[in-house]
Design a protein around this ligand. Sequence first.
Ligand code: SF4
Ligand code: SF4
Length: 244
Amino acid sequence: MVEPEITPISRNDSFCFACNPGVPCFNECCRDLTQLLTPYDVLRLKTFLEMTSGQFLATYTSQHVGPESGLPIISLKPGNQQELTCPFVTPEGCRVYECRPSSCRTYPLMRGVARSRATGEMTEQFAVLKEPHCRGFEQTHRQTVQQWMDEQGAVDCNAINDKMMQIISLKNTQMPGTLDIKSRHLFFTALYDLDSFRSQIISNDLLAGLKFDHALINAALEKDDLALLEIGMVWIRRVLFEKK
Ligand code: SF4
Ligand code: SF4
């Protein structure tokens, strides 16, 4: 079996690649899948599919527990168990293209972020992932990494996903080791199961005693899921990782 090639690349470097329904490998990258979802991916997909977060998570995802961190890991359930195809792939392409997950937008690039413990500054690194099945590298269209990320609408997603990375980094510093079940459940609800989180804010007065901008709370409780995710990220930091 030919192994994929991973080549580091800088933001302003260019690479030859194009993907469209005319390539001979169309949809090949949407099978044999291990597709992890960020909280923002879940938010966008459930909104696009007009489902509650609970419905979306139950229908389309599996939850695993990170063996070392104890954090919940959410991945897409394959649509076909033999080929491990994405539940959203169709012969015409991706049926959630407009709201496809961050990693689908970034592919064939990989993006990693690291946070300096000394300064808190986040730095990002990119690599080109050249998999044997992907014929997009035979196309002549050339773009820089920055252009690719802009065209794919990945920049806004990454800004929100990076806040999540900061929470995980904080967890690893403040609570190294495996998260207990109760904390894991809070983490899952506040960040992935947003509709339940909204209900619990109201019924259990979860934000009592915590300082939040009133306009943000009102927006979140009305319908604004992004505002709710912002609150969820701050809330998790405060109740789990900043309390010690
Ligand atoms: S979400 Fe869309 S682009 Fe991503 S793997 Fe599934 S079908 Fe492919
Ligand atoms: S395998 Fe590569 S070129 Fe083919 S559809 Fe997927 S991303 Fe596009």
